[in-house]
Design a protein around this ligand. Structure first.
Ligand code: GDP
Ligand code: MG
Length: 167
């Protein structure tokens, strides 16, 4: 698929909330090749005239998030394999979490091969947006961290401008 964005990150950071905001409609793609394909949702969206596919990863294997190392590797690998741009989402309200570091360790290997943007979600206030600075320590992501609120939509326009520049 052309122009594909994948959202990865630990459970509860807001991946599905952003997915729902980005997509106009969803389409479940049935792929009977392997069970692995069941752990993502696809949707289609558009920004400044550019059409794209969004993949929401995680949370669909046996109805719960698989946060074991194998689950993280699989989530990152499918994102890297299928996406043109990867959004690595963290929660700036909760702050750094051990699982963020585990995702970062896997993602770092792909740095430079695909654009990876670090997205600090739940930056509902300026204070929270400033707190996002701690995530630079993860050492993943091209350029500055994008601070957004998936709930209100603030910051998502700047993020999309950067993302669709690759399409
Ligand atoms: P996922 O597990 O990464 O897909 O996370 P979800 O999209 O399911 O969101 C987890 C929780 O965070 C839900 O209760 C959301 O309503 C909440 N949430 C998502 N985005 C935001 C945000 O920008 N601000 C705040 N305050 N809460 C958010
Ligand atoms: Mg989810």
């Amino acid at each position: 698929m052309k122009n594909t964005i994948a959202i990865v990150g630990r459970p509860n950071v807001g991946k599905s909330t952003l997915f729902n905001r980005l997509v106009g409609h969803r389409k479940a793609i049935m792929d009977n090749q392997s069970g692995v394909t069941r752990d993502r949702h696809y949707g289609y969206g558009e920004w400044i005239g550019k059409h794209f596919t969004v993949i929401d990863t995680g949370g669909y294997v046996h109805g719960s998030d698989d946060v074991f190392e194998e689950g993280i590797r699989r989530q990152v690998k499918l994102a890297i394999d299928e996406a043109d741009v990867v959004l690595f989402m963290v929660d700036v309200d909760a702050g750094m979490h051990g699982l963020d570091e585990e995702f970062a360790n896997v993602l770092r290997r792909y740095q430079g091969k695909k654009p990876i943007y670090l997205v600090g979600n739940k930056a509902d206030t300026n204070a929270r947006a400033h707190a996002a600075g701690e995530f630079y320590a993860l050492g993943v992501g091209d350029g500055d961290i994008f601070t957004i609120s998936s709930q209100s939509g603030s910051g998502t326009g700047d993020l999309l401008d950067a993302v669709v520049s690759h399409f």
